[in-house]
Write a protein that binds this ligand. Structure first.
Ligand code: ISL
Length: 535
């Protein structure tokens, strides 16, 4: 469908929005305790406005003992004091609104913290109780009940079951936790669970948030009888397998329909699901008109800098949502994934390729999700000292998986030495001294920097008519290169080959690297405007 300016104006704000993901612990620390907070986010709204993003996705800031960086929620309707409490959230919402930046929160419906009052009540109430029914408690297997109820592994390593001690001091039932033991899975068949989540949705929407990112949106429903996994291949623990009974059970769609009914009462609000489902048809089911508005498609975040793989990721992401009429989404990285500079090989080539890929991503139709620090071209930090690691995966895997801290190192803002203005205290993860060259302050002054490229690209995408239309047309291009066009007249070319290539005819808009004698160098991308659409 080629959209006219009128059609575009009538579309919801999120359909082609640029979202910026804030990992609050690592973004900016406003109170000097070494951990980022919402006071810090508010202080940086000017920077985000300059960057030109439409909306924020803020990772969980609700009350939490922080066993998994806030994805273990003990009170979903309060802001943790570590992040500045409710006052900091209200101040952030007010100032973001004044600057016309939308704010979406991250909600965690699949599990609670083991310190949630419901879980304490479940432990106290004993087997068969109404309190236990809000979670997935089962008797163990074997004559003494000392084996887990099934063979499911946890995503973070070890079994997905933990045995509790009953109030009489005896070993008792087991409870399911797909993630850490501090994150017991909720039983979504219990109506109290859905009712409580509805209350949480309304609570934040009434306070002025513009929507939600829904954590593990493919995980809330569990299969009846919790059957064993067909095969237990440890090397595939983190892979998303169509036969994995832990995820993507059909009953999950009824849950999304319920959530959507609530959101429909707040027509401005958006829901974005974290959906790790590879099959295009199954993926598309999550964004049917009465389910989620958007779902993360991670294909582009999983491929290397290689033309055929990039094209395949784009084509599949488009194909997954096309039959249900949903908007595609694009992301190169997030707080769970190795940063793209490193994924593309690191060093100067890694940065060049990441710069090329942001032009590819921002040339695509649909919503784009940028992860904080990507705009500075930050690499993963893979040499964090072992004693600094905080991801539960490190302990749970028996120190075999270092986990995700390498992509969560705090943002370098200014100055020549750590902590680079991130905090006045000790940053919660050590920051590399080499990041002195990558601070936001330095890059904002340099037109050739990665942050300047982001700014120019986001502005062009938001203002130029050439970005109109939801279709992509692929054009023939040299080996190792890609060229696609948008109906509005945009041409995007990317060169993953080792040699410079000539550019197609058109008016030059922007390139990720200076052209060499009019040619596009290796590891670069460019935007042009089709000659016949220039007025
Ligand atoms: O589902 C998976 C594989 O099929 C996993 O990749 C899983 O979806 C993913 O790890 C979920 O991540 C989210 O929930 C976690 C939290 O640790 C992550 O940070 C968050 O993004 C538990 O709440």
């Amino acid at each position: 469908m080629t959209d006219t300016p009128e059609v575009r104006a009538a579309q919801p704000w999120w359909r082609a929005a640029v979202f910026y993901q804030v990992y609050p612990r690592s973004f900016a620390d406003g109170d000097g305790d070494g951990i980022g907070d919402l006071i810090g986010v508010r202080e940086k709204l000017g920077y985000l406005e300059l960057l030109g993003v439409d909306a924020l996705w803020i990772c969980p800031v609700m009350r939490s003992p922080m066993a998994d960086g806030g994805y273990d929620v003990s009170d979903p309707r309060d802001i943790d004091p570590l992040f500045g409490g409710m006052a900091a959230m209200d101040a952030l919402l007010a100032e973001a609104r004044a600057r016309r930046i939308k704010v979406t929160m991250d909600l965690v419906p699949n599990h609670t913290s083991s310190e949630h009052p419901w879980f304490a009540a479940a432990l106290a109430a004993g087997p068969g109780s109404r309190e236990r029914d809000r979670y997935l408690f089962r008797d163990g297997r074997g004559p003494a009940g000392d084996e887990p109820p099934n063979n499911w592994p946890s995503i973070f390593g070890g079994p997905a079951w933990t045995r509790v001690t009953e109030t009489d001091g005896r070993p008792g039932q087991w409870y399911l936790h797909i993630f850490a033991p501090e994150q017991p899975d909720l039983n979504w068949e219990n109506p109290e669970v859905a009712a409580d989540f509805e209350q949480t949705l309304r609570f934040w929407l009434d306070r002025g948030v513009d929507g939600f990112r829904i954590d593990v949106a493919h995980g809330m429903a569990k299969p009846e009888d919790l059957p064993d996994m067909p095969e237990l291949d440890v090397s595939r623990l983190l892979a998303h397998d169509a036969n994995d009974p832990r995820f993507n059970n059909p009953a999950v769609h009824e849950i999304h329909r319920k959530i959507r009914k609530v959101l429909d009462e707040y027509p401005h609000a958006v829901s974005i699901g974290e959906v790790w489902v590879d099959d295009n048809t199954r993926f598309g089911e999550y964004v049917r008109p009465d389910e989620l508005h958007l779902a993360f498609n991670f294909r582009l975040a999983e491929v290397r800098f290689e033309a055929a793989a990039i094209r395949d990721a784009i084509e599949n992401s488009l194909a997954a949502v096309e039959p249900v009429g949903a908007s595609p989404t694009w992301t190169l990285s997030n707080h769970d994934i190795e940063r793209e500079v490193t994924r593309y090989g690191g060093g100067a080539a890694g940065v060049a390729r990441a710069r090329a890929m942001i032009l590819v991503e921002l040339a695509l139709p649909g919503a784009v999700f940028l992860y904080n620090g990507a705009e500075l071209g930050l690499p993963n930090v893979d040499d964090l000292p072992e004693e600094a690691l905080r991801d539960p995966m490190w302990e749970r895997s028996g120190h075999t998986e270092r986990g995700r801290d390498g992509c969560r190192v705090p943002m370098p803002w200014e100055g020549d030495a750590p902590p680079f203005g991130f905090t006045t205290g000790e940053p919660w993860l050590p920051m590399p001294p080499q990041w002195a060259a990558l601070t936001a302050d330095k890059q904002l002054e340099d037109l050739g920097s990665t942050v300047s490229l982001y700014r120019m690209a986001i502005e062009l995408r938001g203002t130029r008519p050439e970005f109109r239309g939801s279709e992509l047309e692929w054009r023939h291009s040299p080996q190792g290169c890609l060229e696609f066009r948008r109906p509005g007249g945009l041409i995007c070319v990317v060169n993953t080959s080792p040699d410079p290539i000539p550019l197609p005819p058109g008016e030059f808009l922007l390139a990720s690297m200076p052209l060499a004698s009019g040619r596009l160098p290796a590891d670069a991308a460019a935007w042009l405007v089709r000659v016949d659409t220039i007025t």
